[in-house]
Design a protein. Structure first.
Length: 140
């Protein structure tokens, strides 16, 4: 399941506070920040069979390509790729339930994407499915 949790911005004379109050973080075990070296790099395809993830844009914008994996032993190369663009001013958390592969590309310099996971780092080697960048032929 792919869904968005919408937040908001509170502004006053001191500045602003961005928030996503409806994001229940009780399942989160760790987080990391993705910052690509340049605008041409595409980071992907990495899939997780049991880990779910939440994405929040700290700055800039990213395109995220998403594929629902059909077969964990041999995923079909022609699976449908859903493309989303995440922008800072939309102030949303993107939630991906288990079973998806993702690929990311920054659209602006210094873009940073905060990623939350519901499993600790010790689980990462057991739930890491990586595909070549050109594996899913429907990527735009």
């Amino acid at each position: 399941m792919i869904n968005f949790i919408t937040g908001g911005i509170a502004k006053d004379t001191r500045g602003q506070i961005r928030f996503v109050n409806d994001f229940d973080m009780s399942l989160v075990k760790r987080f990391y920040i993705i910052k690509n070296v340049d605008l041409t790099l595409v980071r992907g395809w990495r899939a997780h069979r049991i880990e779910q993830r939440w994405f929040y844009l700290l700055s800039g914008s990213f395109v995220i390509d998403i594929v629902k994996i059909d077969n964990w032993e041999t995923a079909a190369a022609d699976l449908s790729v859903e493309r989303l663009v995440l922008k800072t001013d939309e102030n949303q958390v993107l939630h991906l339930s288990t079973g998806y592969a993702t690929a990311f590309q920054a659209l602006e310099e210094n873009s940073e994407l905060l990623v939350f996971s519901d499993y600790g780092i010790e689980n990462a080697p057991k739930d890491d499915y990586t595909y070549p960048l050109d594996y899913f032929i429907n990527r735009k």
